[in-house]
Write a protein that binds this ligand. Structure first.
Ligand code: TEU
Ligand code: CA
Length: 570
């Protein structure tokens, strides 16, 4: 794999509304972000992804964009943005912006024009169809529940909105629409950003009349055209959000030869706690299901494309509450981080994850902000489902779980704001916050923040952790997650002997003490791990053949141990 400037870097997602409020209006802002750049640099972060900060009526908290060329007032000004980019440059950090190419706000001037009459030059910027005998044109549903078609009395036609009705879908088959997005991309490249995260990119090639939403026939043609027309030959860092995808598409998107994107976000592993297609329908996943998915992606993209690695984002519930153990937050949080972020790909850490922030439970539906949560609640109520049952799903899956304010210190509202926060702070901020983690670290106690720093530093120091192939061991175990990374010289172009190391990752992904297979124990006995989440309470070298709940480590072995490890595979 030809090295790229971003291959060994680590990304961090900021949800600006919830990160840091600089002026006491209860809403996070750009100045607030700037004030925390040293914190992020110290954590080891290189690339910042900002969820949208453009002008928006905020029906979907900024994913409904009215104007890409101005900054939402509550977040600051274009000067603040320029200042942020400057401050990032000073620290050798990079910014990527969110591009929501599937839709705009219904208050975008082009949609306002599009609605006026059917001969309007902007009519075909959006997707309008006639109804069928007073019914919507088809039965397509919005991701946020209900019909994806909204009737508009002005012209007696329906427009498509795969998300909220204030997010009309644009028509990518219209070259003028594509040009509109290419202009936006050029504008932001000229401002100095280093790349983009493309919202629901798999939907832009949709063919609505054939009921094809994801992966439409022209999707990759459009992505290639976008890259060629708007990237100006620059090597950008780009990631496309693709819910409906698979390994072979993932490899196509991210294969450098295809000239499309650096990587995509795939969602198979975070869909494991849902039954079928409905995210609110809960189930409990098994460890082997995660392993099967990760292995498929790790092996499928190796030497061809590139993976993204994430547990959290602004749509996903907090990982410790979801797949770990809230009562053992440090150990389970560090275990989950270790098992994923030492795989092949680019880690994306979501704000607060490095503190072990947990999911939220509000008593009343009124306390929730997220539009998806509200629409699910009303729909479920109208079907007669009782409040308690609905709230169970909301506690597990609401997007507000990850949107409560970042926890900075023990001041009121966790130091996020001096005013009233737009969404309440998680009550656990008293012990779970940046200042307390730093203090504990200073006092020699183990903290998740320290663990994330060590994990990131190790990853960045060792090329094997960037380029090495993934070899899974003991795939059938429901408690142990074991794999090793080593460079496969037949596939990889790296030929530096310094890089011939092997890293073995062993995680007990369970709340029970677990015995190691004897041959594995014999291989690692006496080694001192490079990274070990319970090291403060254990002897330095490995002297026990069992692991404590969620105990996890990364061990560096010499290259000639590879055969031994491979023999453990059987
Ligand atoms: O998300 C795409 C998407 O499909 C999500 O709505 C996802 O299925 C759901 O949130 C899971 O709970 C992107 C953005 O990340 C999301 O915040 C936006 O609401 C959505 O697109 C529309 O722009
Ligand atoms: Ca503010």
């Amino acid at each position: 794999m030809k090295p790229q400037w971003w291959h060994s870097l680590v990304a961090y997602q900021i949800y600006p509304r919830s990160f840091c409020d600089s002026n006491g209006d209860g809403i996070g802002d750009i100045k607030g972000i700037i004030s925390k750049l040293d914190y992020l640099k110290d954590l080891g972060i290189d690339i910042l992804w900002l969820s949208p900060v453009y002008d928006s009526p905020n029906d979907d908290n900024g994913y409904d964009i009215r104007n890409y060329y101005t900054i939402q007032e509550e977040y600051g000004t274009m000067e603040d943005m320029e200042h942020l980019i400057h401050e990032l440059n000073q620290r050798n950090m990079f910014l990527i912006m969110d591009i929501v190419a599937n839709h705009t706000s219904d208050e975008h001037p082009f949609f306002v024009a599009s609605r006026q009459n059917i001969t309007n030059p902007y009519r075909d910027f959006y997707i309008w169809r006639k109804g069928e005998n007073g019914n919507p044109p088809s039965s397509i549903e919005s991701v946020f529940k209900g019909s994806a078609w909204e009737y508009d009395t002005l012209t007696d036609e329906y427009y498509l909105h795969l998300f909220s009705k204030k997010q009309p879908d644009v028509n990518w088959h219209n070259p003028k629409v594509r040009e509109m997005f290419y202009d936006i991309i050029r504008f932001w490249i000229d401002k100095g950003v280093s790349g983009f995260r493309f919202d629901v990119i798999d939907l832009i090639g949709k063919d609505i009349d054939s009921n094809i939403l994801s992966n439409g026939p022209l999707l990759h043609t459009y992505i290639k055209e976008m890259v060629q027309t708007s990237f100006q030959g620059k090597e950008l860092f780009t990631v496309g959000e693709a819910h409906g995808t698979n390994v072979s598409l993932g490899s196509k998107y991210s294969d450098p030869k295809e000239n499309e994107l650096s990587m995509i976000f795939q969602f198979e592993h975070v869909a494991l706690d849902q039954n079928g297609v409905d995210k609110w329908d809960l189930r409990t996943p098994k460890l082997t299901e995660f392993k099967t998915i990760f292995k498929r992606w790790q092996e499928g993209l190796y030497g061809k494309g590139w993976n993204s690695l994430f547990w959290n984002n602004h749509d996903q519930p907090r990982v410790i509450s979801r797949f770990g153990d809230e009562h053992n937050a440090y150990a389970s949080g560090s275990c989950l981080a270790l098992l994923l972020y030492l795989q092949h790909g680019t880690p994306f850490i979501y704000q607060g994850e490095e503190l072990g922030m947990l999911g939220i439970r509000f008593d009343s539906i009124e306390d929730y902000n997220d539009i998806e949560t509200h629409q699910f609640y009303s729909e479920a109520r109208s079907k007669g489902i009782d409040h308690t049952a609905i709230m169970k799903s909301i506690y597990a899956k609401s997007r507000d779980n990850s949107r409560t304010p970042m926890q900075w210190n023990t001041d009121i509202h966790a130091g996020f704001t001096t005013g009233t926060p737009w969404l309440p702070v998680h009550p656990n901020y008293i012990h779970c916050n940046v200042a307390s983690e730093l203090q504990k670290d200073h006092d020699g106690e183990q903290t998740l923040l320290r663990f994330y720093k060590e994990l990131i530093a190790l990853r960045k120091k060792e090329p094997t952790l960037t380029y090495g192939a993934y070899h899974e061991l003991f795939p059938e175990s429901e408690t142990l997650y074991v794999y090793f990374r080593s460079i496969d010289f037949s596939i990889d172009t790296l030929k530096n002997p310094k890089e011939t190391k092997i890293f073995l990752i062993i995680c007990n992904v369970s709340s029970e003490k677990t015995e190691l297979p004897i041959l594995l124990y014999k291989t690692i006995q006496g080694y001192t791990p490079k990274l070990h989440n319970l090291k403060l309470h254990m002897p330095k070298a490995i002297l026990h053949s069992h692991l404590e709940p969620y105990e996890s480590m990364c061990i560096q072995l010499s290259h000639n141990e590879k055969e031994k490890l491979i023999s453990l595979k059987i």
